[in-house]
Write a protein that binds this ligand. Structure first.
Ligand SMILES: [Mg+2]
Length: 286
């Protein structure tokens, strides 16, 4: 992506700060221009200025009640659930397993659509309920207790907390409700089943199986009056960034703890590469 730049006038207008403040920030090293023109004028990358505005707004909104939307895979859960469950169904076939992960990654990076990514992965194996149950039991021991504590602290402070995932409710809901998470606050895809009770596809009318699905889902939660204060998405993937870049929510926290994705790292106004960094971000809210 080609970087675009603003003059100090444009940056000052967008940030609602005077040119004098921006010059002072330059001198103190708080906000350094990305370029100086031949004529000596400061040029700021637009992405840097947008990040700065989120940080300034964040200071103003601490200690109020907000809404947090968490991604599930590689965010709350330290892996990719659909891949892991398909892996169980496939058995010992490293080539086929690698293909599943490749398709999943292409979806995460926005190289193929979410619908393509889901159908191509589900086509490769027949998933049974017993494989799902087995995965849920294992997953209970894999989620970091710090994450569970964070979710309950946020809820105790009366923030609204949701899970918005491109994964599947068939395993996310039993897993997360076992930790006391509210069933009504989990938004995820839904599987379809054959007559034997095995998964044979997914419900394509669910917005989360479509392009910009997280934006559509969050928009419908907002329309139904289900949010308060600042709205913030927390996630690792390109689809988690969309509600922010689609201007539906005010903030996005990129998660680079389990997976690092370039587009998210570049564009998320906040980026956390460890659980400690994530806890520091949330400290003012809990
Ligand atoms: Mg994810």
């Amino acid at each position: 992506m080609k970087e675009e730049y603003w003059s100090i006038n444009q940056a000052s207008e967008y940030l609602g700060k005077s040119i004098i403040t921006l010059r002072r920030w330059d001198e103190s090293g708080d906000l350094t221009p990305d370029q100086i023109t031949d004529g000596g004028h400061r040029r700021y990358s637009i992405s840097q200025i947008k990040k700065r505005r989120v940080q300034l707004e964040l200071k103003k909104v601490q200690n109020k009640k907000h809404t947090f939307f968490f991604d599930f895979d590689s965010c709350l859960y330290p892996g990719e659930s659909l891949e892991e469950i398909i892996e169980k169904a496939i058995g010992d076939n490293p080539k086929k397993i690698q293909k599943i992960y490749d398709i999943g990654r292409q979806g995460m990076e926005g190289k193929i659509t979410i619908t393509q990514s889901l159908s191509q992965r589900l086509e490769t194996a027949t998933i049974t309920q017993s494989e799902i149950n087995q995965w849920i039991e294992e997953a209970k021991t894999k989620i970091d207790p710090k994450i569970i504590k964070l979710l309950s602290q946020l809820q105790a402070q009366e923030h609204l907390v949701y899970i918005v995932s491109g994964g599947f409710t068939e395993w996310i809901t039993p897993l997360m409700t076992s930790f006391g998470f509210l069933k009504d606050h989990i938004y995820a895809n839904k599987c379809t089943f054959d007559q034997q009770g095995n998964i044979n596809g997914f419900l394509s009318s669910n917005p989360l199986s479509q392009d910009h699905g997280k934006s559509k889902t969050i928009q419908s939660i907002i329309n139904a009056g289900g949010t308060q204060g600042w709205r913030c998405m927390i996630g690792d993937g390109a689809t988690d960034l969309q509600p922010f870049t689609d201007h539906i929510i005010e903030c996005m926290v990129g998660i680079g703890i389990y997976q690092q994705r370039g587009s998210v790292q570049e564009q998320a106004p906040i980026y956390c590469q460890s659980l400690d960094e994530l806890q520091i971000f949330f400290e003012p809210f809990i």
